[in-house]
Design a protein around this ligand. Sequence first.
Ligand code: UD1
Length: 465
Amino acid sequence: MLQFLMKGGKPLKGEVTIGGAKNAALGILAAAIMTDEPVVLENLPDVSDINVMLKAIQDIGALVDRLDRHTVRITAGTIQTQNVLFDYVRKIRASYYLIGALLGKYKVAEVALPGGCAIGARPIDQHLKGFHALGAKTRITDDGALHAEAQALTGRHIFMDVVSVGATINVMLASVLAEGRTVIESAAKEPHVVDVANLLNRMGARIKGAGTDVIRIHGVEKLHGTTYPIVPDQIEAGTFMMAAAATNGDVLIRNVIPKHLEVISAKLLEMGCTVQEYDDAVRVCGNPDKTYTNVKTSPYPGFPTDMQPQTAAVLALAKGTSMITESIFENRFAYVAELNRMGADITLCEKGDVATINGVSGFKGTDVTAPDLRAGAALVIAGLCAEGYTSVSDIKYVLRGYEDFDVKMRGLGAQMVTVSNEKEAEEFIRATAEPEEKQAAEFIRATAEPAEDQSAEEVYENFVN
Ligand code: UD1
């Protein structure tokens, strides 16, 4: 039972350094197997999604050497199979990048698809459209894997019907070694699309226009090895910006590209917070009198859907009524019920894509559950603002995308730990309790043993009541 446990109420203060972008790194790891020569990747985040991808690459035969915690050398000349059928790859959606990479290099790939996603709410029809245009045939196998195969891949003009990060990167991967010229129209412009293209170009690919909505790729015969530092994580940076604002703190966020954060900064300014930009850092100062604003998610350079839950946690504490409209994914408001249990006043429209947030004066700590990665981050932000103790369970989701989240928060003065059992929870509560709570706790301890299955909240209640 890994949980984050925190005692809220302290403004975050100090400096935090942002790691490499998880979503860029997932595409980049797939790109790295497209040459037989060594590719050294620096600034790789140590998060579970990345480690799953590294394991998959290793399990099909590539050599993966960890040079240090954030640097790996991948040598893919030893790959023995194009079948990536391990059950664990279904845990990460981005395993579909292995289809583009293997198909591009070997003209055949079979990859286990994320459970239920392919034809469900997060379709991959645009990925398939791109592969088909390049000359590949695809089918879903009886075991739920996607098989893609081509005699040869030939460059084509491809119009994406939906702006998709995944499809743009996947088609780019499949086309860099194709014959002739590929043009991707309505391409996604996210920083991670640009980062994957930059790595591929360093490996000898000829890609132009990444970061605009038209990407042109001249196929080359082969790619070579290189060393490449992964771009800083826009979403990790944005999360700390929102945490600084929510706690009325003052935080310098280092190792960022301020340009990637402009829309997040703009929303914080609208709320009345202060944002200062430096060459590779931003400083965010919160404002106890934050005011409402409206947010609508859209593809880059619009407001990122991956920042929507964390922003809701801040707006829940802002004066007035804010509206958040989610226009990318249907299922992005799973955190609303949990935030409301902490005292937020958020209602969803019937269709489920617009949240109306009436600002409240504070949150109350309780036990909540992370429904997904970014929602989990939003609940941590709320917990850091809340009165009393909050435990966030199911943090496996949060660990997919945030490295040392609790360590970094503690570096900013937060009272937050990861606990794996009730004893550790009790220790944290004892260490952080106010003097009068400590006295109560001593009394309770002297007179009663807490039951084994008590929640953190119940343990706390026992201490203070
Ligand atoms: C990526 C990010 C994810 C982020 C999302 C949007 C990675 C590993 N994940 O996800 O964190 O939230 O971008 O910025 O980088 N769609 C289709 N058909 C397709 C593909 C997508 O209809 O073939 C739709 C999706 O359902 C969604 C929209 O397009 O409504 C955008 O999805 P997409 O950009 O593809 O997201 P991902 O690449 O899955």
